[in-house]
Design a protein around this ligand. Structure first.
Ligand code: ADP
Ligand code: MG
Length: 703
């Protein structure tokens, strides 16, 4: 078995029909460098060449069709600048015009009249007549005449490739050339036989031939299914092995005691009883940190599920074992808030807490850095300023990252270097990740889920209101304020246009002010252009209840906690994605009062937005919403997945192919459980396949 197959590793220009110039283009335009890359350059659909329409039966609702006939006439028409070639094609039922706007000189020379052509193209209407522009023309051969032509694969191509003659069809020819040179033995199997049998998968060589040259739909589908399974299975084997290896090899600090800090706080200062889910997650963390291996755990907990308390108790555990801990949050406001609430909670305890952000400067900064280095500060809270090399800990044992999706993997990895042995890492995210995505993106992390909200919370009532109903919405807010509550009014950030954002927000602010005049009402405003201390002051006024309304852009999206706020009005809801709406809504419903989320839109709403609004109105469940979000937008758009660099699937789609993904995951786990080193004879081919792939992948980068 040779997965480093010499033929397949050949540079693409050596393939018959390519050569240096086209080779260069194939590399640049579609990333095909070798024969192997071309083999893996799969068609995205097929055209049924057995189906030929009669010209009389064509109509404008048709898309791509195939017809057969003879050219009866050709003429070049139009003035100098817009010349085109028009050919008339006739079959026994009627006529249709075929038109070429570009390259027509060449077409005119190559087409012949009065011989039969098989013509394939898209139906269009011009001046009330049906026509085809730039159709594909094939002389009728014996093969096509008898209708034995296979399904024709259609490959993605680009304008530049087409200009060099590399049309979809030409790429198909190259692939055919390649497959003709290969024997099945050159595409050896990499999936163990038992798994092939269990899932009735086509063998690997056959699948590669059939996906490019299928005889019928079934053939194509089975080939596709096999190759998708392979793609996902190999990815899962890699992820699972990485996890096993990490669990075996990466030594970590041992936290073997639960001491004074934890116990005193737990027994005397905890302001509420923990939920079952919080307790369970703490227990998982306790177990992880007692093993002597480095913990790498992800906590997924919906907004308001109480992750901060879990973080605090975890940090106290580190302190009890003689280590320092840090908590990193994505924004200044959020770090300040964590700092404030944690220092208050620890007020009567001998645990030292400090805040470090980009705004802590000069002498204050020097002092903090010194105290951290000397170990006088036990818990350091801050923004990514914590990652800077000047921040040196005496003995960091636990690093917690809040709202993970705002940080890239690379940043996370920098925390590892903050001690001689990497500290334990706890990552907390409020964006629930669909299970399938978690398997793919965070497959190597241990995942805990806080799937329970603190008791006494009433589900948030969500409604959709349009511009017509604005006065009623404002009255409703007044009513809530009268009851002592507070309200957020959030405006979207328009990408690439800070000015527009700002104008939008200001207009909104003036509008709100007109409805809520001083001195009866006070309004805070927070947006990205304000200096940090102003932002902070405005925020604090709202937190303290000095202002009843907070007008803001999405800067308040993440983590802000004002339990007395009971109304969240989201302006221009159309502009927000589902996860973001869910995050924003999560800013209310944090106290015991009934809370409301009002989704404002214009009077007319597009179908897409309507669907998102429906989801929001129907459910408060972050997991349901994230599934839906992924379905609507595709996994690549879910926050945090792109920078993770892990979703690089050619064929499989983790939404559509979820059953295949789950089967692949289950098979991979079972196989590695039985044979962790892949040393059993039946797993040799897989082992060799993986070895041949080493170095090509970026998997080692995951932290
Ligand atoms: P998130 O998971 O979104 O970060 P927080 O940690 O900010 O949530 O907690 C949300 C609110 O719930 C806070 O006001 C917090 O004090 C409160 N809270 C957390 N855990 C509990 C609990 N077990 N019982 C009651 N309230 C809790
Ligand atoms: Mg939080």
């Amino acid at each position: 078995m040779d997965f480093r197959n010499a033929i397949l590793s050949n540079p693409i220009e050596y393939l018959k029909g390519v050569g240096p110039q086209r080779g260069e283009l194939l590399r640049k335009e579609i990333g095909v460098h070798t024969f192997r890359d071309l083999l893996y350059y799969f068609p995205f659909r097929y055209v049924d060449r057995t189906n030929v329409e009669k010209i009389i039966s064509l109509h404008m609702q048709m898309d791509y069709v195939q017809i057969r006939g003879k050219i009866t006439r050709m003429e070049v028409i139009g003035d100098k600048r817009a010349k085109r070639l028009v050919a008339t094609l006739r079959d026994e039922t009627g006529e249709i015009s075929l038109v070429w706007f570009q390259g027509w000189q060449w077409v005119e020379k190559s087409l012949q009249t009065n011989v039969a052509y098989l013509v394939f193209g898209k139906i269009a209407v011009f001046n009330g007549y049906l026509q085809m522009s730039h159709p594909e023309m094939d002389l009728v051969t014996e093969e096509t005449a008898t209708g034995k032509q296979f399904l024709e694969p259609v490959y993605y191509t680009t304008e530049k490739l087409k200009a060099r003659g590399l049309t979809a069809k030409a790429i198909g020819k190259l692939t055919k050339n390649l497959l003709e040179q290969l024997s099945p033995g050159e595409i050896p199997e990499n999936i163990p036989t038992s798994i092939l049998q269990q899932y009735r998968l086509m063998d690997r060589a056959k699948a590669h031939f059939k996906i490019h040259l299928p005889v019928n739909e079934d053939d194509a589908n089975l080939a596709r299914r096999r190759l998708k399974f392979e793609e996902l299975f190999i990815a899962q084997i890699r992820i699972c092995r990485l996890k096993i290896r990490r669990q075996q090899s990466s030594r970590g600090f041992v936290f073997n005691t639960v001491g004074d800090a934890f116990n005193t706080f737990y027994n005397e200062h905890l302001p509420f009883t923990l939920t079952g889910a919080q307790k369970r997650v703490l227990k998982e963390i306790r177990q992880d940190t007692a093993t002597g291996r480095q913990m790498n755990r992800l906590i997924q907990g919906d907004v308001g599920s109480g992750k901060t308390m879990v973080a605090l108790l975890t940090m106290l555990l580190a302190v009890d074992n003689g280590f320092q801990a840090c908590l990193m949050a994505p924004t200044e406001i959020l770090s300040q808030q964590h700092y404030k609430s944690i220092s208050e909670l620890l007020e009567q305890m001998p645990v030292k807490v400090a805040l470090l952000t980009g705004n802590v400067k000069g002498k204050a900064r020097k002092q903090i850095l010194k105290a951290v280095e000397e170990g006088e500060i036990h818990i350091l809270i801050g923004t990514h300023a914590l990652l800077e090399p000047q921040v040196v800990f005496k003995n960091l044992g636990m690093a917690i990252v809040d709202e993970q999706h705002r940080f890239g993997v690379a940043q996370r990895a920098r925390l590892w270097q903050k001690n001689t042995m990497p500290p334990h890492i706890l990552v907390m995210t409020a964006t629930p990740i669909p299970r399938t995505l978690a398997m793919t993106v965070y497959g190597d992390l241990d995942v805990s889920v806080i799937d329970e909200l603190p008791p006494g919370r009433k589900p948030i009532t969500t409604v959709h209101r349009t511009e017509f109903q604005r006065p009623q919405v404002m009255d409703f807010i007044k009513e809530e304020i009268r009851k002592g509550r507070q309200a957020y009014i959030v405006y979207p950030l328009i990408e690439d246009s800070e000015t527009l954002d700002y104008e939008n927000l200001m207009k909104g602010y003036e509008e709100v002010k007109a409805f809520f005049p001083e001195p009866q009402y006070y309004i805070s405003m927070v947006h990205g252009r304000q200096p940090v201390d102003m932002k902070e002051t405005n925020m604090q006024r709202f937190v303290k209840g000095d202002t009843q309304i907070m007008v803001a852009t999405t800067v308040i999206e993440v983590g802000v906690n004002v339990p007395n706020a009971s109304v969240m009005v989201i302006e221009s809801t159309e502009r927000f994605g589902l996860s973001q709406l869910h995050q924003l809504r999560g800013r209310v419903g944090r106290g015991a009062e009934q809370s409301f989320c009002i989704l404002m839109t214009g009077n007319k709403v597009g179908a897409d937005s309507k669907e998102r609004i429906q989801v929001m109105v129907q459910t408060n469940d972050g997991f349901v919403i994230s599934e839906k979000d992924m379905e609507l937008r595709g996994p690549g758009d879910i926050e945090g997945t792109r920078q993770s660099g892990l979703i690089d699937l050619k064929l499989a789609d983790i939404v559509e192919d979820r059953p295949i993904l789950e089967a692949a995951r289950a098979s991979a786990e079972k196989l590695l459980q039985e044979d962790p080193d892949l040393s059993m004879p039946e797993n040799q081919s897989l082992q060799q396949f993986l070895a041949a792939q080493q170095g090509k992948s970026q998997w080692s980068k995951i932290s």
